[in-house]
Design a protein around this ligand. Structure first.
Ligand SMILES: Cc1cc2nc3c(=O)[nH]c(=O)nc-3n(C[C@H](O)[C@H](O)[C@H](O)COP(=O)(O)OP(=O)(O)OC[C@H]3O[C@@H](n4cnc5c(N)ncnc54)[C@H](O)[C@@H]3O)c2cc1C
Length: 390
């Protein structure tokens, strides 16, 4: 088998890349280890930055997003028994976020790609990337028990944080930056109308909680827990009681409903530098992880492949490889900005084990300043909706 760009992974990075390449007439094959149903049901992120929404619009992939996505022009910070609104759009010249589940984005991207005759091989697991430093790299993959070789000009490693592409780069060619936070998120999806119109980030002495949503009938809620906690120790009652405590506010109540999905996700930051090795180019979670607090993982994956698609288009059009050579450097400017923002948000709203009364007062002072100062809240807002240039 042969194609121009072999894309490993049908997550947001791989699928958006396939669409961007198709727009400029570049052929690709997407190899995905899971089946279609699994990737279309995987509950993960759900906050789209303005730039991500604009790109999906540009690609003509936003028909359902425009209908079903919920545009939010502000977020709430809740602490010390009070609520404060950060008016995102007022502070950023009208920019906003859109709440639309990652699995819905993935569904839309897969459907449109297949309808356009694009190739996505499901249940095809990449086993290795061969000869990445040559002009004929190969992705070796397994499907229905058989091994196949996919020859290509370039390999896009969009296979997430547990993929194989990163492993094709020798360890001595990589610098790895990593920070593990002593906290995790217990996330639930509940069949109940959200109790809020905008996202609520709650800082509480017992730990952080986030009220998000996926549709007008589905609430997505998170609460800070320890990374070593076990899901089976959290009964539905215990989860709701803890959420009730952390969101408690006079005159406001949190509606409860059946929990239909739950998971524990540790918070960590990881960056692999550089994001390329010969003709293997990494994008999205394959190259970097951000703690979920800033809602950036999916958006960062999309911004990587936008840079990659431009670089590949230039190479195929003119043979000029300067954009490709600069791929990693170009992406890493934004990656580090977003890593900083996500670390900052994580530090702002979580309670860490070593935090005592002094740190608690510092958290409150910082939060009050954020809500009271236009300069400080603008900084939060412009990063949260997504910087136009990083
Ligand atoms: C468990 C989890 C929960 C998350 N929750 C949130 C959240 O609540 N809020 C938030 O903002 N962000 C969240 N994120 C982050 C966000 O979802 C990711 O940043 C985003 O999915 C990145 O997209 P991607 O395309 O780079 O990687 P992925 O979406 O991980 O896609 C990678 C794809 O590659 C496939 N793959 C892996 N290995 C192979 C192989 N060998 N061969 C072929 N295919 C392979 C995988 O099956 C997958 O489909 C979460 C991430 C994870 C992992």
């Amino acid at each position: 088998m042969r194609t121009q760009v072999a894309i490993v992974g049908a997550g947001p990075a791989g699928l958006v890349l396939a669409h961007l390449l198709a727009r400029t007439g570049i052929e690709s094959v997407v190899i995905e280890s899971r089946d279609r149903d699994y990737v279309e049901r995987r509950i993960r992120a759900g906050v789209l930055e303005q730039g991500t929404v604009d790109l999906l619009h540009e690609l003509g992939l936003d028909e359902r997003l425009r209908r079903e996505g919920m545009v939010h022009r502000g977020i709430e910070l809740r602490f010390d028994g009070e609520r404060h609104r950060i008016p995102l759009s007022d502070l950023t010249g009208g920019r906003a976020i859109t709440v639309y589940g990652q699995q819905e984005v993935v569904k839309d991207l897969i459907k449109a790609r297949l309808e356009a005759g694009g190739q996505i091989l499901f249940e095809a697991e990449a086993a290795s990337v061969e000869q990445p430093v040559s002009d004929r790299p190969v992705v070796r993959f397994r499907q229905s028990g058989e091994l196949y070789d996919l020859e290509c000009d370039f390999v896009a490693g969009c296979d997430g944080s547990h993929g194989v592409c990163l492993g094709a780069i020798p360890a001595n060619s990589l610098t790895v930056y990593q920070k593990d936070y002593p906290v995790a998120w217990l996330g639930i999806l509940a069949e109940v109308a959200p109790s809020t119109e905008e996202l609520i980030y709650a800082y509480h002495e017992r730990g952080f909680a986030l009220h998000s949503m996926r549709t007008p009938h589905l609430s997505r809620l998170y609460l800070q827990c320890r990374p070593d906690e076990r899901l089976e120790d959290w009964s539905d009652r215990r989860i709701w009681d803890e959420l009730q405590r952390r969101f408690a506010l006079e005159g406001w109540s949190l509606a409860e409903g059946p929990i239909i999905d739950r998971s524990i996700t540790p918070m960590r930051s990881v960056i692999h530098e550089p994001m390329q090795y010969g003709r293997l180019l990494l994008a999205g979670d394959a190259a970097h992880i951000v703690p979920a607090t800033g809602a950036k993982g999916l958006n960062l994956a999309v911004s990587d492949v936008r840079v990659l698609a431009d670089a590949l288009a230039e190479w195929y059009r003119t043979g000029d490889d300067s954009l490709l050579d600069a791929y990693s450097q170009t992406c890493l400017r934004r990656v580090w900005r977003v890593e900083h923002f996500s670390w900052w948000m994580t530090s702002l709203v979580h309670r860490f084990d070593e935090d005592g009364p002094f740190e608690h007062q510092l958290h409150l002072a910082h939060l009050r300043y954020l809500c009271g100062s236009t300069a400080a809240s603008t900084s939060l807002a412009e990063n949260y909706v997504g910087l136009e240039t990083a």
